[in-house]
Design a protein around this ligand. Structure first.
Ligand code: FES
Length: 152
């Protein structure tokens, strides 16, 4: 654990080595048998809402390898997902305000469906395709008003 803490401190001043940090953290955890949350390799995600009357929600201790859609649904945050999260609709459309580098890259297929979303912007993504990569950090997203969508 000491090696993990030391390395985290060193890497904090070198953001370009985030991927290296992730690999080292995982190796460290395996070596000493620690769970990721002990070493701090978890995400925090703040959800803001365009729907009137909804206050922002910040979730902490979010593990990687899950999509923003999955995180939202597990935490009772409404985000439509008519195709079931397979990149075949655009109802899980959201805006990534911060932390895009922590997410799986935008694919051509996702871009096609974003073009069909309501009010797409430069920071538009599909929640089901925003899979958190290995690592840790802060992600901020804004969800469009969900009352404008029918379905799941
Ligand atoms: Fe259909 Fe994400 S749920 S594209």
């Amino acid at each position: 654990m000491l090696s993990c803490v030391f390395f985290d401190l060193w890497v904090q001043s070198k953001p370009l080595f985030r991927q290296t940090k992730s690999i080292f953290s995982l190796i460290s955890n395996i070596e000493v048998g620690l769970q990721p949350e002990i070493c701090g390799i978890m995400y925090s995600i703040t959800f803001k809402f365009e729907q009137k009357g909804l206050e922002p929600i910040t979730l902490t201790g979010i593990e990687p390898d899950q999509s923003i859609l999955e995180v939202a649904l597990k935490n009772d945050i409404e985000l439509h997902h008519n195709c079931g999260g397979v990149c075949a609709c655009s109802t899980c459309h959201l805006y990534v305000e911060k932390g895009e580098d922590f997410l799986e890259e935008l694919s051509d297929k996702e871009e096609d469906f974003i073009d069909r979303a309501v009010n797409p912007r430069l920071n538009s993504r599909l929640g089901c395709q925003c899979v958190l990569q290995e690592g840790d950090g802060e992600v901020f997203v804004t969800l469009p008003d969900q009352t404008q969508f029918l379905g799941e």
